[in-house]
Design a protein. Structure first.
Length: 390
């Protein structure tokens, strides 16, 4: 087979990249080791930055998003039973975020790709990347029992943290930065109305809690827990009791319990790989970086990477310029590190760390107090939360 760009991974990053390339008339084949149903079954993020929404709008993929997405102009921060609303619209000149689940974004992208007749190879086994340091890279895999070789000009590694793309890079060419946090998030998805019209991030002496949502009838709740937490020790009743303890009394009173549709523990880590280009191979999305979910940046960073890479490839094919591909890594990493900083800061402010001394605990309280008193501090928080410019 022959294509201009071989995209490894059919998550949101790969799908957005494929859609942007198709918009520019650039041929791209997506290769995914899992089934489409498996990809759609992943329960992931649900807060879209304004820039992400703008990219989906430019692709004509905002129909369901506008009909079903929830526009949020603020969110609440809780600390020691004090609550502070962060008025995003007021602090950023009218900007906001949109609550629309990653599963729905993926669904829209898949449907649009299929409707356009663009090819995706699902359930591709044994994917391997070859000769990407040369001008003639190619990908091999097995699909429907047939051995395939896909010759291409470029390979985009959008296959996640555990994917083959980054693993194919020689270790000596890669620099990795990582912080693994000593806790996880115990999350439940439940078909009940949210306890508040906006998200609530709560810090409590018992640990962090997040009240989020996917719609007006579907809630997503999280509790800070041990990284190795045993799910069987957390029946629904215990989860809701603990959630209410960590919220301020008004929010706790509005928590509606219901049977969990999904329950899982997610580990938290900060991770960045540098650089993001290796000859004709580019890394993007979770293959390049991971952020703790506290700042709602993971999906948005992936879409930003796809935007930068698509623009670079457009310059290469349509304008005959290497400038975009030469600067992709530096351009993407500049935004990635700013998002990493914000997610690390939110995580450090709101979670309980067993190793914290009384001094560090007081620093958390002082940080929250400063946010309460300083509009300038809230502006910095709000600007990062709605998303830095692409």
């Amino acid at each position: 087979m022959r294509t201009q760009v071989a995209i490894i991974g059919a998550g949101p990053c790969g799908l957005v990249l494929g859609a942007l390339l198709a918009q520019s008339g650039i041929d791209a084949l997506i290769i995914e080791r899992k089934s489409g149903a498996y990809v759609l079954g992943r329960i992931r993020a649900g807060v879209l930055e304004q820039g992400t929404v703008g990219i989906l709008e430019s692709l004509g993929l905002d129909g369901r998003l506008k009909a079903e997405g929830l526009s949020h102009k603020g969110f609440a921060l809780g600390f020691a039973n004090r609550s502070l609303r962060i008025d995003l619209a007021d602090l950023t000149g009218g900007k906001q975020v949109t609550v629309y689940g990653q599963t729905e974004v993926t669904h829209d992208l898949m449907d649009a790709r299929a409707a356009a007749g663009l090819e995706t190879l699902y359930e591709a086994d044994g994917v391997e990347l070859h000769e990407f340091a040369s001008s003639k890279p190619y990908v091999t895999c097995k699909h429907n029992g047939m051995a395939l070789r896909i010759d291409c000009d470029f390979i985009a590694g959008c296959d996640g943290f555990h994917g083959v793309a980054r693993a194919s890079v020689p270790k000596v060419a890669l620099q990795e930065f990582e912080r693994v946090y000593p806790f996880g998030w115990l999350g439940v998805l439940v078909d009940v109305p949210p306890c508040d019209p906006e998200l609530i991030y709560a810090s409590h002496e018992r640990g962090f809690a997040l009240c989020s949502m996917r719609s007006l009838t579907r809630s997503r709740y999280y509790l800070q827990c041990r990284a190795d937490e045993d799910l069987s020790a957390w029946p629904d009743a215990r989860f809701y009791d603990e959630l209410r303890r960590r919220l301020d009394p008004q929010a706790a009173a509005h928590v509606v319990a219901g049977p969990s549709l999904e329950k899982s523990v997610a580990p938290l880590r900060s991770y960045v790989a540098e650089p993001l280009r290796f000859g004709r191979l580019f890394l993007a999305g979770d293959a390049a970086h991971i952020v703790p979910p506290t700042g709602a940046k993971g999906l948005n960073l992936a879409v930003g990477d796809a935007y930068y890479l698509a623009r670079a490839l457009h310059e290469y094919y349509r304008e005959g310029s290497d400038s975009g591909i030469n600067h992709y890594s530096a351009r993407a990493l500049d935004r990635i590190w700013k998002a990493e900083r914000f997610s690390w800061w939110m995580t450090s402010l709101l979670h309980r760390f067993d190793h914290y001394t009384p001094f560090e605990t007081r620093m958390q309280a002082a940080e929250f107090g400063y946010l309460e008193q300083s509009r300038a501090a809230r502006i910095v928080l709000a600007e990062n939360y709605v998303g830095l410019p692409l």
